[in-house]
Design a protein around this ligand. Structure first.
Ligand SMILES: CC(C)(COP(=O)(O)OP(=O)(O)OC[C@H]1O[C@@H](n2cnc3c(N)ncnc32)[C@H](O)[C@@H]1OP(=O)(O)O)[C@@H](O)C(=O)NCCC(=O)NCCS
Length: 183
């Protein structure tokens, strides 16, 4: 969906713009998915699992931009994407349509500057505006940085999914379930 740009000042004094992610970022988003997947083990995909073509990615971003129930936010620093965050509905059935789900990842060089907190606050504000009342997420149990950020942003732990992930090295990892009340 489309929404207004927001400017924030980072801990290092630079300006970051939070804006809708659209088709103009297609090429950069493919590079972003590949690089971030290699910088942390805490994302769902491995770099070799990024198989989008630029055309397909452009079409996807265009559709998301026109979808009033899908928020895709890019953080731009010095004119370049530093990371991406998204919120989408869990489903359209009446029993679950009050819930939405959050995903976020930044390039490693932009960690710890306050972008994550600002993105989550803005995404939550937009999600509440759409009418969702609960924001859910899953985070790998060992991902302490992300969990610290989510707790700071008002998320509460609500459960644990046993052996949710199987890494290429043969190790299993649990996921922690968290939610934020948007009412
Ligand atoms: C998780 C992520 C989005 C956080 O974004 P960020 O911009 O670095 O977060 P912020 O700078 O806004 O805040 C980070 C908070 O984490 C905490 N933190 C920072 N470094 C930490 C560390 N090494 N260990 C634990 N907590 C840490 C602090 O509480 C900090 O808040 P503070 O600045 O008020 O002290 C980012 O690190 C990232 O993209 N990681 C890789 C992908 C990922 O793990 N995504 C989440 C998947 S569920």
């Amino acid at each position: 969906m489309k929404f207004a740009e927001r400017r924030i000042t980072l801990k290092d004094g630079r300006t970051c713009i939070l804006r809708p992610n659209g088709p103009e970022y297609a090429e950069e988003m493919i590079a972003y998915m590949e690089k971030t997947a290699g910088e942390t083990e805490f994302l769902l995909r491995y770099p070799d699992e990024v198989s989008y073509t630029v055309e397909k990615e452009r079409e996807l971003l265009e559709n998301i931009l026109e979808d009033p129930y899908h928020i895709m936010m890019v953080a731009v620093v010095d004119g370049k994407p530093a990371g991406n965050g998204s919120v989408s509905g869990i489903g359209t059935k009446r029993k679950i349509r009050h819930r939405c789900s959050l995903a976020i990842a930044l390039y490693e060089e932009y960690w710890g500057l306050g972008i994550g907190s600002a993105m989550i606050d803005y995404l939550s504000e937009l999600a509440a505006g759409i009418g969702w009342t609960q924001l859910d997420l899953e985070v790998v149990a060992e991902n302490e940085r992300a969990q610290a950020l989510y707790k700071k942003c008002g998320f509460v732990e609500s459960g644990r999914r046993h052996n949710a992930l199987l890494f290429d090295d043969g190790t299993y990892h649990d996921e922690i379930l968290m939610y934020r009340d948007l009412t």
